[in-house]
Design a protein around this ligand. Sequence first.
Ligand code: IVH
Length: 679
Amino acid sequence: MSNQIDPNIIDRVSELKKALHYHNHRYYILDDPEISDAEYDRMMKELMNIESDWPDLSSPDSPTRRVGSPPVSGLETITRSVPMLSLDNGFDDGDILEFDRRIKKNLDIKEVFYTVEPKLDGLAVDIAYEKGKMTTASTRGDGITGELITENVRTIGSVPLVLLEKEDVKIPDILEVRGEVFIGMEGFSRLNEKRLEKNLPPFANPRNAAAGSLRQLDSRVTAKRPLEVYLYGTGRISDTGPDVKLKSQKETLLWLESIGFRINPLNRYCIGIVDVLEYYRELNEKRPRLPYDIDGMVIKVDDVSFQERLGMKSRSPKWAIAYKFAAVQETTRLVDIEIQVGRTGALTPVAHLEPVNVGGVMVSRATLHNEDEILRKDIRIGDVVLVQRAGDVIPEVVKVIESKRDGKEKIFDMPDRCPICNSEVYRVSGEAVTRCVNAACPAQIKESIRHFASKGAFDIDGMGAKIVDQMVDKELLNSYADIFQLKQADLEGLDRMGPKSAANLIAAIEKSKTLSLASFIYALGIRHVGENVASLLTGHFTNMDMLFSANREELEAVEGIGPEIAVSILNFFRKEENQKAVRDIEKSGVSVLAPDRSEPKTNKLEAKTFVLTGTLSSMTRSEAKKLIEQAGGKVTGSLSKKTSYLIAGKNPGSKLGKAEKLGVEIIDEQAFDSLVNIK
Ligand code: IVH
């Protein structure tokens, strides 16, 4: 800092910052301002003036940062050590009662207490604080890796830049909080009015508006959007001090509120599942009058030690569920039915509708699922139909309004030939799906190749749907491996493809050849094997050959992989053409990056499984995990008799007691250090 700055100015800056943070909290969090807006603006203006004269006095936690900063060229990513999870959905009381039954059975108890929270329809964010000051904010992304949106989140008034320090509350040095960023109804209409005035297209719904605003490259644009936030949980967190234990979701929410975060006042502690179901009806009834969109409520087992005992599935906790509200419905005319052919050759009838606004979203197509559904609902071309949309799910036709028929409606017949390649179609008995017999059907090839080249798979930049369609139509591509034989001259003949873009695409294809094993597996489009499952597989099978020869037992031994996924993988690799396809790809010069864990530096921890609890002082959990995996060991989330060691850091959780009971060896950080001994 420059020596010439008058100490009075330094004092004034810290006074202004403190006052502005305080009034910000009163205004946004407590809804109880003490001063007028004009007074607040005056202080803000004064601080901005000083900071512009003395740039050294400006800091990231300054309230002036809420106005945003100049654009960045792209969003960087961040990797988290505590993943952001997703939620299973329930759609009726039966689903929720079943959820409750399962929990009681697993925990062997008679009654479970839950914390219930309205499920806002916005975007999940993770906001990190160090020593009480906000440092980064990120989107959920795939749970582990998210996009950094720090400057954008700083502009949200209800996000504290500095946490409230009180005598009795110790703010942890490291704190990640999680919540939902959203735009309320009123903010949404104002925003759209302004856009229409400026001849900009309006946002389809508040969720899209929130997503678009958060992923802006210019945070000054974000600052003008009416974003709000409600926090609902924590991620990575260090020592909270002896007075704070966070043993339950309820305590966590209260504590978050006490250090300055905005918590939804409609969160409710429920004594047993009957209480939960009652609250569902109450919320559903309130829903049309709420100032924001909710699409359901989140039910969470309150007790943290119970949460730990229940553990999680591949990407969602077993201790929480989202109970969705009924979807929004509208009527419109069905003008035609088209058949789409998917990656697996399935023929899906799709309804073309007269465009209609369903709960804020324009809908012009809806899935009819399959032939049986059309027959069951007696859907005819020209019918007036009831359409519904539920969250992000593809819109669907619920039923026909028969009273609107005038006799001119046409009955739809499922074609007996594939509309794309004219091959025969068939239905396996007992299945509702009609499939094209031709594995070389261009529609199947197109869909498979689109998937193969997509992000998360081979990620070939510039190989979008239109390009793939042309390549297949011109018979440049017949299989995955053909992609790697493409020459620049082949591409130059395609529509809208000059020499430069052709060269770029060839370069992108070359670049895509180096990828992780997980991306390779995902690219194959095996049913039920998404990115997450692919990555789980690579924790156990470290090359394609191992996966080829895995049997059902070995597959099901992978945590997060059940019988359905295992059978689908087996069926895939059993087929000779699939084996050949993989071999051909390998022969094209594809090089698979070995994940760190796939090549143990030593194998001294082979067959040893570890569970972590508490905070380690010299490394993060993901660093510890890496060390263990490099030595050939494995880290799991929950304890069992088979666990080899529990590593107990500072403030260990309930796992400590459980390990004692199970007779699992408990080691501290030092003992762990000497065990791995690779530093
Ligand atoms: S908890 C522990 N709580 O729902 C499980 N999620 O499908 C992690 N959401 O990505 C989520 N309100 O965007 C949780 N009170 C709430 C929520 C909530 C909205 C969203 C969130 C998440 C998605 C999960």
